[in-house]
Design a protein around this ligand. Structure first.
Ligand code: PDD
Length: 267
């Protein structure tokens, strides 16, 4: 596969990172991740908006304009013959003179094969394990996933597919997805300490009327339906949190209706 590194498109094995880069020694950097559908990047401008905003908010200089990034991405799709795949853009924290302050990072753009959840998970819904945690600077798409990567080793023992994070009983998001509930036909999603997911944004638009507000764990356990959204999962029904069944314990009609509507946007 080909990737973009050191200002050019090269074979991915040739890409290098300085060992003192803050991305490696401090976990400081930003990224974004989108899909191609039939060789076309889905919602590219929204992902570029977020990526450029992340760079600015983390004080990392970005040497490439939106138009340049777009051109590199299109060239990579062509070179990698990426019909249905993922593209990740990463801007590292850079090599810092004091090994701490944000520096001039290195930009990588590369193709990834997509790992979609099995159809069975959409049919049956998934279980989430609740854990107390809040992502640091959650609104920014940083590469800091140390706690989620670490706690993922506990999900399987709990029979859970993923996690729902809360702080003092107020929910935020899952490890790599946003969270929604449905109660009496009203759709709600947490407002604070969450990434402004591109899938979340489109689901909010499709639903038309979504309450964006604090949601307690108690409320989620009493909901009729729940689901998570992300670029790769799109919309995955949640039918259990810890030992509590959500609603009927089966994926709900509002969730499945929204998933169907989203599939239309992909065409
Ligand atoms: N994750 N919240 C977090 C913490 C995420 O990492 C992601 C995306 C989302 C969903 O955002 P979007 O709908 O824009 O994908 C929410 C990506 C897929 C990843 O970790 O690779």
């Amino acid at each position: 596969p080909f990737c973009f590194a050191d200002g050019q498109i090269i074979s991915s094995e040739k890409a290098t990172l300085h060992p003192m880069d803050l991305g490696l020694i401090r976990g400081y950097g930003i990224f974004d991740f989108f899909r191609t559908v039939n060789f076309k990047p889905l919602f590219l401008e929204s992902y570029l908006d977020r990526f450029l905003a992340s760079a600015e908010k983390t004080f990392l200089p970005m040497d490439y304009s939106r138009a340049e990034l777009r051109a590199i991405i299109h060239e990579l799709i062509e070179k990698n013959n990426l019909k249905e795949g993922g593209i990740r853009m990463v801007l590292s924290g850079g090599v810092s003179p004091n090994h701490f302050s944000p520096a001039k990072g290195k930009l990588f753009i590369f193709a990834e094969s997509l790992i979609f959840p099995a159809q069975e998970k959409y049919d049956k819904g998934i279980k989430l394990l609740s854990l107390e945690y809040v992502r640091p600077i959650a609104e920014i798409k940083t590469t800091n996933y140390a706690y989620p990567v670490w706690d993922s080793m506990r999900w399987k023992d709990a029979g859970a597919e993923d996690v729902i994070y809360h702080m003092n009983g107020i929910l935020s998001e899952s490890s790599r997805s946003n969270f929604f509930i449905v109660k009496d036909g009203i759709i709600s999603t947490p407002d604070l300490h969450v990434l402004m997911g591109i899938t979340r944004k489109h689901v909010i638009e499709l639903a038309g009327d979504v309450q964006i507000r604090p949601i307690s764990m108690q409320e989620a356990l009493n909901a009729d339906e729940a689901f998570i959204t992300s670029t790769t999962k799109v919309l995955l029904p949640v039918t259990q949190i810890d030992e509590h069944e959500i609603g009927t314990g089966k994926p709900g009609s509002v969730s499945l209706g929204l998933l169907e509507k989203f599939r239309e946007l992909e065409k």
